[in-house]
Each structure stands twice: as C-alpha cells, then as structure tokens.
Ligand binder design. Structure first.
Ligand code: SF4
Length: 440
C-alpha cells in the first residue's frame, strides 16, 4: 500500500504522526505535496492547531481531491485539533481522535471506518531526531486537571517505562535530548533519567515545567511555565494554585540564586471575567521582583495566548471577546522596552490574534457540518488567505457578514449552554472506543 502523509505547521508537532508511521513502516511511505497527493492509496494528515483544518481544506483543493470523487486516496485525519471531529468529516473518511498508533493498521485495512476514539493506548516511545536535539516522549496525558486544558480532560496520564526510555536514549545521535511530557520533572523516575543522561553524555534540553516544580528543573534552556492567569484570582479560576505571594517570592528567590538565566511564561488573555485588576496585580508583582539585586541579568519572556474555550473541557461553555484590542492593553499595563519599571529584561513572544483570526479559531473548534460550506465561501471570496502555513483573515467585517447566514459570529464565539447542539458532544466517550452518535 502506498501511504502519503503530512503534518501541517511545524514538524516538531508531528511526533504523534511519527509514532503512527513507525507502526506501519512495512508499507511504502511518502511525504506528500498537493502535486503528489493523488498518487497514493491512503493519505494521513496530522492537524495539531486550530488553523490546520483550513490548511487541510486548502491542501485538498490544491491537490484537486474532493471527498465525492470516486477515484481518490482514502483520507485519514488525526491530531490534537480533531477533538471536535465533526467539521473534519466533510474532508476525511476517518477521523482518529486520541491516540492513533495502535489502531492505524486496522484503519488502513478498512476494518474500522468512521470516527474512532481510543484513549488508553499503551504509550511506547521513539527517538525522533531534530536539528540539534532528539525528542523522546516520557509520558502522555497529565496528572493535573486544569479547567481549560484539553490534555487534562481527554488524555489519561500514562508513562513510558524507564527501561524503554533508556533504550531510546542509547540510540540518540545528537548531544541534546528533549524528554517531553506536560511536566517531565514529574515523571516517576526522573532522577534516575537525569543520572542516566549524565552517564551517557547527553544534555537534557526539556523545556516544560510546572511553576511548583521549578526547583527540580535542570534543562539547559529557559524553562517554559504555564502561569496562565495574570492574577491569583484568574489562576484559581483555571485550576493553577499559584498565589500572588508564591509567584513573587519564588521569582525573587530564583533571581537571587543566580543559576537560571530566565523563564518563559505562558499567559492567557481574555479569560472569563478578566478585569484591569488582574493585569495590575501582575504588574505590581513584576515591579517588586524587578528590584531584586541581579534582576538586570535575568530575562522574563511572556508568551500570551488568546483564550479559546476548548471542547470537552471544564471551560467549553464560555464565550470570548474577540473585539478587544490586546496589543494596546498589553502596552498599557506592561509598557515597552526601556520605559518599563523593572530591571530584568522583559520580552514578549507575541502571537496575539486579531479579531478575524479569533473568530476563525472558534469556527474551527466549535463548527459542525456547515464548516465546509463556510470555509469554501470564505476562500472563494478571498476573505481568508493562506500563505505558506499561515492563515489570515483579510476582512473581519466580511467574515461576520458570511457567518450571519449560519447563526452569526455569536454562534461560535458566544457562551454555550448545555442544551445547545454542540457538535463535539456527538463524540461520546465509552472507555476504549467511541463513535459519533449517528455512526452507532
Ligand atoms: S495545563 Fe499543563 S498542568 Fe494543567 S492539566 Fe494541562 S498539561 Fe496538565
């Protein structure tokens, strides 16, 4: 069987697909482009971020492949973005929600068409070499249950055995290794892994760590921490127990210790009930932290993300305020460059979405069968544009006008209620496997 595959976006989000390809390596496997996609028997796509459903639609259009064609490759889609699988059904024969590696062979053999969910695969790892580091999965799912987080709500925590990780480490050719999990320091035999990496001359390059595990972090890069809320109140709302006092004293301690050069914090803008006081609380904490001797040698990078109420999570019912101008709000509270009132270097890794992109993101995660019609119209009228791997909205007004026919932008961006016909609710979880209600 000839199998074509593609991961949309950055390749380092293709780990899941790499695991799948490893399980079917006896077949002929090719990375496809729109020019070559027609010439394989099966197409496997990995859609990780919300934009990827638009990229998938664009790819198939360029490849000249329609689901209604009688002579075309079978299309299988998986990846993190498929937790609302309904809009994907218009493009794919099978949407795999959750861990795909154990079921892929049977899906390829056509044994299990339709929508499939397997949430408790045994996790096996694979060393995946990148530019200067090799990625190895330590654990899947999360021990915690932050209210906004899909990982917590959809993936039970499972660890790869230490013996298997050691075998993977033995095959690593790069000097650095990234052992990944939501928080690798919480892997039950993390200390043993530290020692083993040291013994075989590998430097750990893990980045993610929880704020409360910062003391255990020994990666060679800046630690990446999900602070999420600007204030203690917001952090409590999403289930992160980091008080303002803990945040301030810990950061002062880290700077005084002088070993860590900086940190990167993920924060979420537009959390429900957001107030000016939330930004002011962080600002005051930064001023206090910034007076610590040694702060001038320290860097704090903030990576703000927009709140996206994800299907199946404890926050799926909330709406968003897509019209808020967060570029200005950020500057109002945190200033820019040398105007800032703290000694440490502050940088932003901005990916603040404009209103049009925020509406498109909600359409992707909350859309139903109508998604394909909307996407086709937006594309034909050139309201959306795809350049490289980037999706942009050319006119927010035109986008809203198109959505009026489908219930308006409120249908996708407003609050949801239990009685609403939320498409993702058709995916019913049933232990090992679930299907959409209509395919049962
Ligand atoms: S946000 Fe991080 S710590 Fe919280 S549940 Fe998700 S993966 Fe776990």
């Amino acid at each position: 069987m000839k199998i074509g595959y593609l991961t949309f976006g950055r390749d380092d989000f293709g780990y899941g697909l790499a695991l799948c390809l490893d399980r079917i390596k006896d077949h002929e496997i090719y990375r496809v482009s729109p020019k070559t996609a027609k010439y394989v028997d099966v197409l496997l796509f990995s859609c990780f971020w919300w934009e990827h459903i638009y990229l998938l639609a664009d790819f198939l259009r360029k490849a000249g492949i329609k689901k209604s064609d009688s002579d075309r490759p079978r299309i299988i889609v998986g990846g993190f973005n498929t937790f609302n699988p309904v809009p994907f059904q218009a493009y794919a024969d099978t949407v795999v929600c959750g861990d795909g590696e154990e079921i892929l062979e049977s899906v390829l053999n056509g044994e299990d068409p339709g929508l499939i969910w397997r949430n408790v695969s045994q996790v096996h790892s694979l060393p995946l070499p990148g530019h200067n580091t090799t990625r190895i999965e330590l654990a899947r799912g999360c021990r915690f249950k932050c209210k906004f987080c899909s990982v917590a709500h959809l993936k039970p925590y499972r660890e790869v055995s230490i013996d298997e990780i050691k075998k993977c480490l033995d095959q690593v050719k790069t000097k650095k290794v990234t052992l990944f999990a939501p928080d690798p320091t919480l892997y039950s035999k993390n200390e043993e892994l530290n020692k083993y990496c040291h013994e075989i001359g590998l430097t750990r390059n893990d980045t993610d760590v929880r704020f409360t595990s910062l003391d255990k972090y020994n990666g060679s890069s800046l630690p990446h921490i999900g602070l999420e809320g600007f204030s203690e109140r917001q952090r409590k709302l999403v289930g992160k127990q980091i008080s303002n006092e803990l945040f301030t004293t810990k950061m002062i301690e880290v700077i005084q210790h002088g070993v860590m050069k900086g940190v990167l914090f993920y924060v979420i803008l537009d959390l429900p009930g957001e107030k000016e006081d939330d930004f002011l609380e962080l600002r005051e904490a930064l001023i206090k932290i910034g007076k610590t001797p040694g702060a001038e040698k320290f860097t704090m990078i903030f990576s703000p993300n927009m709140f996206m109420p994800m299907p199946h999570t404890g926050m799926e019912m909330y709406g968003i305020n897509y019209e808020k101008n967060y570029k200005d709000i950020w500057i109002k509270f945190f200033g820019r460059g040398k105007e800032r009132d703290w000694a440490f270097l502050m940088a932003e890794k901005t990916r603040i979405f404009k209103p049009g992109s925020r509406i498109l993101s909600m359409l992707s995660v909350r859309g139903g069968e109508e998604f394909i019609q909307i996407q086709t119209e937006l594309s034909a009228k050139k309201i959306i544009n795809i350049s490289g791997d980037r999706l942009s909205c050319r006119s927010e007004k035109e986008l809203i006008r198109v959505l009026q026919k489908y219930g308006g932008s409120e249908r996708y961006c407003g609050p949801r209620f239990p009685e609403d016909d939320n498409p993702w609710k058709r995916l019913i979880f049933n232990g090992e496997r679930s299907r959409t209600r209509e395919s049962l």
